[in-house]
Design a protein around this ligand. Structure first.
Ligand code: URA
Length: 197
């Protein structure tokens, strides 16, 4: 069985990477999922956003952030002068965990090479982690989202790619906890500032 690391590094383009994820048999989540949710948007985006895993709507449609959280994300993107066409959207996991349970550390780790290769191929200047799973993995920090949100870390994704990485509350969390939206909007302003710098 080909490891995600090997399959990901062999992919020279986003289309090849998508094919490699579709063919990957090393993650049990794939068996219970209806669709593989790869990513969508501008393949040369300046900003790439990474969520956690597909939910029911995404699993049905095969595209990231296709449900209620996606509607809020659209508004967040608009507030920074962006849209689904200008940014690139993906998740750490391409498959829905059964019944939307929390992904295990193992599941996240198995699929991590694919999202890292995706970041390399898109080559964004700014990476926005939506929620704690993406933040922990891509910032390589063992802290929760409350500590990581609003902070910036310069991360190296390849020999030639250094990106500014930040994190904010996940839109699904904001739907359940609307009083935190104020903080999310602060974080969006920080992204605008970084875009202009
Ligand atoms: N939550 C995520 O993290 N990603 C999606 O695509 C949808 C909901």
């Amino acid at each position: 069985r080909v490891s995600a690391q090997k399959a990901a590094s062999d992919a020279a383009t986003l289309d090849e990477l998508r094919a490699a994820v579709l063919a990957f048999e090393g993650c049990a989540l794939k068996k219970s999922a209806s669709n593989t949710v790869f990513g969508s948007g501008n393949p040369a985006a300046e900003i790439l956003l990474v969520g956690e895993a597909p939910d029911a709507d995404e699993d049905r449609k095969g595209v990231p952030f296709a449900g209620a959280a996606g509607k809020l994300l659209d508004a967040m993107l608009r507030s920074i002068g962006q849209s689904r066409e200008t940014v690139y959207l993906t998740n750490i996991l391409p498959w829905r965990p059964p019944g939307n349970r929390q992904p295990t550390a193992d599941e996240l780790m198995v699929c991590e090479p694919f999202v890292r290769r995706l970041i390399e191929l898109v080559g964004p200047r700014i990476v926005v982690c939506l929620g704690g799973s993406a933040a922990k993995i891509l910032m390589e920090q063992d802290k929760g989202i409350t500590r990581l949100r609003g902070t910036w870390h310069e991360m190296s994704f390849s020999d030639s790619l250094q990106s500014d990485v930040t994190a904010m509350f996940h839109p699904s969390y904001l739907l359940k906890t609307p009083e935190q939206k104020k903080i999310a909007w602060q974080d969006l302003r920080s992204i605008i500032k970084k875009m202009r710098s």
